[in-house]
Design a protein around this ligand. Structure first.
Ligand code: FAD
Length: 267
């Protein structure tokens, strides 16, 4: 009996491992509709497939590196612009069911285009609708959603306080989701370290669709991994709780132009 069970298990695992990816965009939409859904925001309503007129606009909206925006660049079967946790769970459910790879995109600044290209059939899970920043000046912390850009984060903090800031990248269009998960260095690094040195909590959805809303529930190992290890290997980051740092009330910025050999600087 035990032998029979082992053989059945082996057959099941083998069929899962060799199942072919389903690349039909309509099948992807049908799959989203089969997943648990919130009637107020159906899963398929946030999905774009190539026949939608806005598909290309949405896809290109966060492709800063034009080397990955060629007609020959592999395109996703669909883009899921998740706005709720249910949308993320549904997208991950379809990734499993249809054997598609998930490319999670926050700011799209991945140097290799890994958040929107792939050599195997895939779809993009876009986090740009996760855009909330909640600044708590009293305890000097903030919650920042994965789809927020670094520029938006700096702006929202400055709206609440001119003596608090956050050490992160120079470029203001980086997505917090990818930027923090890779470390995050910027002008305040010498004084306050990397962004991840000032991340005190996070929320994540794992590949099975389980939601962990804080550091305790996700466990210290996972919390450690998503702060520098590239979060896409561990799940979909919903956002980060960060510790704000003191900054001077006034900052002086001076432009400096370096003369080049070709073009001497004439003052
Ligand atoms: C013009 C430019 C300027 C830069 N300047 C700086 C700088 O000053 N300092 C610095 O430290 N770095 C800098 N970087 C590097 C940048 O921090 C990384 O490329 C970072 O990964 C970008 O994050 P993103 O969300 O914008 O990119 P994305 O392309 O969206 O994501 C990058 C990676 O993270 C994964 N990912 C994204 N969101 C999530 C999520 N919610 N959950 C799980 N995984 C996710 C993606 O799948 C991908 O693998 C710069 C990059 C560029 C192109």
């Amino acid at each position: 009996m035990e032998k029979l069970l082992n053989i059945s298990l082996l057959l099941i695992l083998n069929s899962v491992a060799t199942s072919q990816p389903v690349t039909d965009p309509v099948a992807f939409l049908r799959c989203l509709e089969r997943q648990p859904t919130d009637p107020a925001s159906p899963n398929s309503a946030v999905a774009y497939i190539p026949t939608n007129s806005s598909f290309t606009t949405v896809l290109r909206s966060r492709i800063p590196n034009l080397r990955f925006d060629k007609p020959t660049t592999p395109k996703p079967v669909a883009i899921v612009a998740a706005a709720t946790w249910t949308h993320i769970q549904a997208a991950l459910g379809c990734a499993r069911e249809l054997s598609l790879q998930v490319r999670i995109r926050s700011g799209g600044h991945d140097f290799e285009g890994l958040s929107y290209t792939s050599t195997v059939p895939f779809f993009v899970l876009d986090m740009f609708s996760f855009r909330n920043v909640d600044v708590n000046v009293t305890d000097g912390t903030a919650w920042v959603d994965a789809g927020v850009t670094t520029g938006e984060l700096y702006y929202r903090i400055a709206e609440k306080s001119n003596v608090l800031g956050f050490p992160a990248g120079l470029c203001t269009t980086l997505g917090v989701g990818g930027h923090f998960s890779g470390g995050g260095y910027g002008t305040m690094m010498r004084k306050y370290g990397l962004s991840v040195d000032n991340v005190v909590g996070s929320g994540i959805v794992d590949s099975n669709g389980n939601i962990f809303t804080d550091r305790v529930s996700m466990g210290e190992d996972r919390f450690w991994a998503i702060r520098g290890g590239g979060a896409a290997s561990f799940g979909v980051v919903l956002g980060y709780k960060i510790r704000l740092v003191p900054v001077p009330e006034k900052v002086t910025v001076l432009p400096s132009e370096e003369p080049s050999e070709k073009e001497p600087l004439i003052l």
